[in-house]
Design a binder for this molecule. Sequence first.
Ligand SMILES: *[C@@H]1O[C@H](CO)[C@@H](O)[C@H](O)[C@H]1NC(C)=O
Ligand SMILES: *[C@@H]1O[C@H](CO)[C@@H](O)[C@H](O)[C@H]1NC(C)=O
Ligand SMILES: *[C@@H]1O[C@H](CO)[C@@H](O)[C@H](O)[C@H]1NC(C)=O
Ligand SMILES: *[C@@H]1O[C@H](CO)[C@@H](O)[C@H](O)[C@H]1NC(C)=O
Ligand SMILES: *[C@@H]1O[C@H](CO)[C@@H](O)[C@H](O)[C@H]1NC(C)=O
Ligand SMILES: *[C@@H]1O[C@H](CO)[C@@H](O)[C@H](O)[C@H]1NC(C)=O
Length: 304
Amino acid sequence: MLSLLFQLLLFSKPSFEASLCNNLYNGTTKNFKDIVLGRCFYYINSLHKDNCEINSANLNCSLIWDEFYRVIVNKSPCQVSIEDFDQFVHLTSHPYSNEKSVFWSGTYKAVHQISRLKGDWTLEDTLSGYLLDGLSFCSDNKSDNFLTICPTDCVTRNNPFWNAVSKNYASKATGRVTAVLNGTRNSGALSNYSTFFNYELPSMNFKNINHFQVILLHSPEMSKYETCQMPKTLNTLRNILQSNNVTYECIDDNFYLKNFLCIENQNSPECQKLFSAFSKTSSVIPFWHASASIIALTTFNLLF
Ligand SMILES: *[C@@H]1O[C@H](CO)[C@@H](O)[C@H](O)[C@H]1NC(C)=O
Ligand SMILES: *[C@@H]1O[C@H](CO)[C@@H](O)[C@H](O)[C@H]1NC(C)=O
Ligand SMILES: *[C@@H]1O[C@H](CO)[C@@H](O)[C@H](O)[C@H]1NC(C)=O
Ligand SMILES: *[C@@H]1O[C@H](CO)[C@@H](O)[C@H](O)[C@H]1NC(C)=O
Ligand SMILES: *[C@@H]1O[C@H](CO)[C@@H](O)[C@H](O)[C@H]1NC(C)=O
Ligand SMILES: *[C@@H]1O[C@H](CO)[C@@H](O)[C@H](O)[C@H]1NC(C)=O
């Protein structure tokens, strides 16, 4: 029955095709303040309303917003420094299971689909990352508001906000740490352009970390830049970890994440092979057959 549902899920055709829209808008996200404040209230009062650690943190959304506004507005994006966010980081900080920290680089979508289901914590699952995740924002030194057109430098690239919260998040990781990296892209899994390499890795407190697991994802039907068996940039990561007495483990395409990538790429030969291997190990019951079994079971339960 389970396998039947799985098959329906995987092989059913999407009912609509996503249409591509040429959205060149690259300024501050529309309704920015409402979105950030709304996310803040939602995070505390709904998403984590039963999380005692977050309840106990006395988070104050209006204070958080005011502080964010104070740091960003009336400065050019590159005039904002990482340290300018110290108070923001303080106001948004809350306890969480930092022994379940998951870092990512070049694997945003797959990681975030899975992390919350698993009870893991990426930066974007903590409040500071959650508030601004996917949003765009900037001001400049001649304006007392957010702007509708933003430059690239220090906004889409090398943004001091993301550098600040990433450093803080990395400094808190303990125990077993996971990093989900991209083995397909040709700047390497440990890309020297990445926030992971430039800000997170250098901020980790290795004395609190005993094991570091890399899950290396490869997109179906794309050529592999590196693998755990044939590492390129990953050698640098292994060396950094080993010189800090942290054990290093590397896994190519683990089960859950590979299946997730295959939900998005159902027709690729690689994924078809994965699916057919799966359906061979579990018998596929035709639908009428399955319904008949349910009726039989129900009757059985009613009788006895
Ligand atoms: C957004 O950025 C692109 C590339 O930098 C530019 O071509 C486009 O004109 C910008 N759009 C707006 C609305 O500013
Ligand atoms: C949040 O901070 C503001 C400004 O200091 C204060 O007026 C408000 O009462 C605080 N809200 C809560 C729920 O503590
Ligand atoms: C890895 O990076 C490539 C190139 O940027 C991208 O096309 C691919 O979707 C990424 N793979 C994953 C699993 O996110
Ligand atoms: C405003 O920022 C620009 C760079 O974005 C800089 O060249 C200029 O000197 C700044 N002006 C003031 C008054 O700080
Ligand atoms: C970044 O890494 C590439 C190899 O992936 C290397 O050729 C390049 O020199 C590096 N750049 C810097 C600034 O370290
Ligand atoms: C790693 O462990 C060795 C042997 O226990 C020790 O001598 C060394 O100082 C440790 N290095 C770090 C960076 O903790």
